[in-house]
Ligand binder design. Structure first.
Ligand code: AGP
Length: 603
């Protein structure tokens, strides 16, 4: 899930442009980066470095490159094959140093191709799967003497996922790209064309989105798109949202900014959808036929799905199940009639979720997406959907997008209940309207207390998180947030599961976060807390009532009293803040934690 970019055209200093776009693509991977340029006099330059290009000034990079070039390609990496080294960074070059390639994806038959090429004398200088593509291309070009034909022949031998951009110094006036699964788009840009993994970072009004199997040949003023049989194909443009530069002059980093943006993000989501005392959603207009729901997602979005399941069953009485997209897509599931698939995704580009949707659509299942990124692959491939309107999320750890996912699923459940003429809890809609203010108050009230708790436990090697009913997924989310940004091992589970094994981990050094806001399960949760205390365990509890739990906890965070159904939208906040403050105390980059990326575009 790397970010690739390429420019062909006549602007001066195109290397500058490509560096700027690469910095915007860093959310896709940031362990190393590289550029290659082809000058009009057929010279190929390249640079590959470990680390984040965003930490360098453009001039530092340009000093190493010839700023003026006809073609420039660039890459920011999330390692799939081969350690984080400059040899394994992209662009990868052919043995004859004439062809450069940048790649996002995974070539599954790279071993086989590498062995064939080594038998005929090709050397390999990296551990990447990508290097086989560029050497295979050199080999085809030698045999076919026509670069376009060589590109097509090469692509036809590849298995797996790829978004690739190719530049060859023998042909300084052509840029070649190809796509399979990984996203790739083309935008008109200032006397040329800009290709990229994400059209939203290109400051363009429109973009051509390539489809699986597409190959394109770009010159300064023309784009030809064709399929693997060299047949010309037509691709429509889509409108692109103006790029929302990340501005952050108030907060020390984006994660805390996005945590404090949650009240406004929730208001944006409600606007025009919760009016007076009615929920109106375009997404459900034609969904009266739905009798079953399948939710599919990954990571935090999957946890949001578990809460959605509760909402659809409790509020709309629709039987619902939740599937990990990566498992669902391979298990050839039995899908009953009148089942609706609801994929949930912040980025809208998660490869496993896209594959699960394709599988379900091939079985003729209707789809309604819950997505944040406008114009993303998942939003384009589903029959209907609801945009989260959380605004762009920069921090890799999902925060405001997660809260908006919960509210979007709640509004969807209410909309289905209306469709099915199910009576609603009277106060529910007015309680929902209070949410942004309650979130805002909670943020103000608990942040300092959480800092104290973080100071106490930031050196703890392990954490447990427990909850019941709607708070079990919040326990999972809390554990994930901590793992993602503080690198502390943490496990979330249903509170009752503790005594079926994990309670063996309890010592006076093991902090357990207990999320206890579900009135109907409070006494049972209290028993679990007693069991932990009986073994010397440390308790950090989140409660809304004056319960015994608060009294026996080592630390208690009191959140405002709310309807059980809405509590996850509040109890997730101490989860986010605890992970955040612990990660800060451990000196980590909370926006770009190690080994992660904001959009997971490979399986
Ligand atoms: C959450 O903090 C993580 N960034 C990750 O688990 C994420 O939720 C997962 O990769 C799914 O991403 P999506 O919502 O963009 O599909």
């Amino acid at each position: 899930m790397c970010g690739i970019v390429g420019y062909i055209g006549t602007i001066s200093r195109p290397v500058n442009l490509v560096i700027d776009v690469l910095k915007r693509l860093e959310y896709r991977g940031y362990d190393s980066w590289g550029l290659s340029s082809i000058t009009c006099d057929k010279r190929l330059n390249f640079i590959r470095e470990i680390g984040k290009i965003s930490e360098l000034s453009n001039d530092t990079v340009i000093d190493h490159m010839n700023a003026d070039a006809a073609i420039v390609i660039g890459h920011t990496r999330w390692a799939t094959h081969g350690k984080v080294t400059s040899e394994n960074a992209h662009p990868q070059l052919s043995n004859d140093f004439k062809i450069a390639i940048v790649h996002n994806g995974v070539i599954e038959n790279h071993e086989e191709i590498r062995n064939k090429l080594m038998e005929i004398g090709y050397d390999f200088h990296s551990e990447t799967d990508t290097e086989v593509i560029v050497n295979l291309l050199q080999n085809k070009y030698v045999l076919l003497k026509n670069f376009k034909k060589a590109v097509i022949a090469t692509v036809n031998e590849l298995k797996g996922a790829y978004g690739i951009a190719i530049a060859c110094c023998s042909i300084p006036h052509r840029l070649y790209i190809a796509k399979m699964s990984s996203p790739l788009s083309i935008c008109d840009y200032d006397g040329g064309f800009l290709v990229s993994s994400d059209p939203n970072v290109c400051d363009a009004k429109e973009a051509i989105i390539l489809e699986d199997g597409d190959i394109a040949e770009l010159s300064y003023d023309k784009v030809d798109i064709f399929n693997k049989n060299a047949e010309v194909v037509k691709r429509d443009s889509i409108l692109i949202e103006p790029y929302e530069e990340f501005k952050n002059n108030e907060y020390p980093n984006y994660m805390i900014k996005e945590i404090f943006e949650q009240p406004d993000a929730l208001r944006n989501l409600m606007r025009g959808r919760l009016v007076d005392d009615a929920v109106t959603l375009d997404a459900t207009r034609d969904l009266g036929w739905v009798e079953r729901i399948k939710i599919t997602a990954c990571g935090s979005s999957w946890y949001a799905g578990l809460i959605g399941q509760y909402y659809f069953e409790k509020i709309a009485s629709i039987p619902t199940s939740v599937e990990y997209a990566s498992e669902y897509r391979y298990k050839d599931p039995i899908i009953e009639d009148n089942t609706l698939l609801i994929p949930i995704s912040q980025s809208g580009e998660t490869a496993d979720t896209i594959a699960a949707i394709k599988m379900a659509k091939d079985k003729g299942i209707g789809t309604c997406a819950v997505v944040n990124t406008v114009g993303s692959a998942i939003s384009r491939m589903c029959d209907s959907g609801i945009y989260l309107r959380a605004g762009r999320e920069y921090g890799v750890a999902a925060t405001k997008s997660f809260s908006n996912q919960l509210l979007a699923l709640l509004l969807l459940a209410i909309s289905f209940a209306n469709l099915k003429k199910k009576p609603l809890d009277e106060s529910l809609l007015s309680d929902i309207k209070q949410l942004p203010d309650v979130v805002s108050d909670t943020l103000g009230q608990i942040n300092d207390k959480i800092k104290d708790i973080a100071l106490k436990y930031y050196q703890s090697p392990n954490f447990l998180y427990i909850g019941r009913l709607l708070e079990y997924p919040i326990a999972l989310e809390g554990a994930l947030k901590l793992k993602e940004i503080s690198y502390i091992h943490a496990e979330g589970m249903p509170a009752a599961e503790l005594k079926h094994g994990p309670i063996a981990l309890i010592t006076d050094e093991m902090p357990t976060v207990v999320v206890a806001t579900q009135s109907s399960a409070l006494h049972k949760t209290e028993n679990n807390v007693q069991e932990i205390k009986a073994r010397g365990g440390k308790i950090i509890s989140i409660t809304k009532d004056d319960t015994a739990i608060a009294e026996i906890s080592d630390y208690n965070i009191k959140i405002p009293y709310l309807n059980d159904i809405l509590c996850p939208l509040i109890s997730v906040i101490p989860m986010q803040l605890l992970a955040y403050h612990i990660a800060l105390l451990r000196g980590h980059d909370v926006d770009k934690p190690r080994n992660l990326a904001k959009s997971v575009t490979v399986e």
